[in-house]
Design a protein around this ligand. Structure first.
Ligand code: FAD
Length: 468
């Protein structure tokens, strides 16, 4: 890998003690950016490895595969065994740490452009090793609560008591420590959302949320209803169709184009309107079917169980009210959220947000006043309303959901950080446009076959990664 840009804070910057909750991609890059600013960092993760959602586990929430009960035994990862990335690897690279086979060398286990999940985990491990982040991580340590304390004199925001439970050799130990700031990086694909379908709770067949989908083989020879048509819905419906007798996929709207090629035993239907006690699914067009199993690929809700209940105004799909999707004005900059935006290219965006937070904490970056942050939030919500975007897309940067594209947003953060922070490279913008198009237009083949235009974009991306 090439030389790194190390941007460090000056000696008069504030150096704070920062707790990062989560050691996934967002938490790791937050730790690196905080270290670069001179902060003292502790990363808490309830899992036993760093890597977050990319730490695959066969384990599911077996007793409650719809994820209904709040006190169920929880599994963090939502990956399925066959999962390959839906973005080309170069695009997932952090700005100065290429996710290429050439850079990963002998550590790489899947050289493909859209590799299996194990390759992503290895990339994140390499990243943690390169920046010496493992020594900061307290694994098997679950944060239970964070509580704001009064703002110390001269500080920008409140300190926080962080109460956690560590599990060491089977023993649980609870403790509380005080930090100057908390960064939440707990991911947003672990609290299943279910659609409001009458009869769902009394349907006699097997029902699971895709959070608990690991392997298609459990559906062999079955008639399976897949509800939902975003990335996961499309992909899981195809996988199950390769072993099931028949699959019907139903949805309110379709992310992929009408001309996609479907396997012969997979058909599309309008949304399921209700389910009956005798095992029938009645669709919105009045048709009926009798599925053996139902898989809900209906997304995830935001949930931050460690936050005091009155701290933020959290609805299922919106964490209100956050300035730049990061800071609540009353607690800025000492409480921040990395990683709640969806439909963006996540890793480089985590990096942009993490740098912005780390510099806000050190004082290198001056945030607007509380009043200006509130005004900005109110005007952002008004812009969404004006565009007719429902509030459930408040953190989505998908096409038609957000006034700004993800890259424009990242660049706003970069500009606020200062002139030493480079803006998004044009190759990323082009490659992401092509990538989101191909996911929806050629879901069956985009990973293994590319058009001439895509190949050209891949070559440019690979060359850019070589220069990192
Ligand atoms: P996570 O990776 O979820 O990490 C959060 C961490 O927080 C976990 O390790 C968890 O144990 C820890 N944690 C949670 N609560 C607590 C607590 N109370 N105390 C202590 N620790 C806690 N992105 C892509 O870029 N490309 C892809 O191809 C892609 N495919 C995906 C496929 C699927 C099926 C899913 C679900 C996601 C996919 N993503 C993909 C998105 C993926 O979620 C992000 O890329 C990213 O890895 C999320 O990182 P994160 O750090 O925000 O969260």
């Amino acid at each position: 890998m090439g030389p790194r840009r190390h941007s460090t804070a000056s000696s008069d910057s504030r150096r704070l003690r920062v707790a990062i909750i989560g050691a996934g991609a967002a938490g790791l890059v937050s730790a690196r950016e905080c270290m670069r600013e001179g902060h003292e960092v502790v990363i808490f993760d309830k899992g036993d490895h760093v890597g977050g959602v990319w730490v695959y586990s066969d384990e599911t929430e077996l007793e409650d595969e719809l994820g209904i009960n709040a006190d169920r035994l929880r599994v963090h990862s939502s990956l399925y065994s066959e999962l390959r990335t839906n973005l080309p690897r170069e695009l997932m690279s952090f700005s100065d740490f290429p996710f290429t086979v050439k850079a990963m060398g002998a550590v790489s286990v899947d050289p493909r452009r859209f590799p299996r999940h194990e390759e992503v985990l290895r990339y994140l491990w390499l990243f943690a090793l390169e920046y010496d982040l493992l020594k900061l991580a307290r694994l098997n340590t679950s944060v239970n609560t964070i509580t704001p304390l009064p703002t110390p004199e001269g500080a920008l925001g409140p300190q926080w008591d962080v109460t956690y439970t560590s599990t060491e050799r089977g023993q649980k130990v609870q403790a509380t420590e005080t930090f100057d700031a908390v960064i939440s990086a707990i991911g947003n694909y672990h609290e299943p959302n279910l659609p409001n379908v009458p009869g769902l709770h009394s349907f006699p067949g097997k029902q699971i949320h895709c959070h608990n989908y690991r392997d298609k083989h459990r559906f062999k020879g079955q008639r399976v209803l897949v509800v939902g048509a975003s990335f996961s819905g499309d992909e899981i419906a195809r996988q199950i169709a390769s072993v099931a007798t028949q699959v019907i996929q139903c949805a309110r709207s379709w992310a992929s184009g009408p001309n996609v090629v479907l396997p012969p035993n997979l058909t599309r239907s309008p949304m399921v309107a209700r389910l009956t006690k005798d095992g029938r699914s009645i669709f919105e067009d009045g048709k009926e079917w009798q599925p053996d199993s139902i898989v809900y690929c209906t997304g995830y809700k935001y949930a931050y169980p460690f936050l005091p209940s009155n701290l933020l105004d959290i609805e299922d799909f919106r964490v209100g009210h956050l300035y730049n999707h990061i800071f609540h004005p009353e607690y800025a900059p000492t409480l921040s959220f990395i990683g709640l935006i969806v439909r963006s290219v996540r890793f480089p965006q985590f990096e942009a947000k993490a740098r912005y937070v780390a510099r806000s904490l050190s004082g290198r970056l001056k945030l607007p006043s509380k009043t200006d942050m509130w005004d900005d939030i109110v005007s952002y919500y008004a812009r969404l309303e004006g565009l007719g975007v429902p509030m459930r897309y408040a953190h989505s940067q998908g096409k038609g959901h957000s006034p700004d594209s993800a890259w424009v947003y990242n660049d706003k953060l970069a500009t606020a950080c200062g002139p030493d922070v480079p803006l998004t490279e044009p190759w990323r913008v082009r490659l992401s446009e092509l990538s989101f198009m191909q996911i929806f237009n050629r879901p069956e083949s985009f990973r293994d076959r590319s058009t001439e235009e895509e190949q050209k974009a891949y070559d440019i991306a690979a060359a850019a990664c070589d220069r990192m």
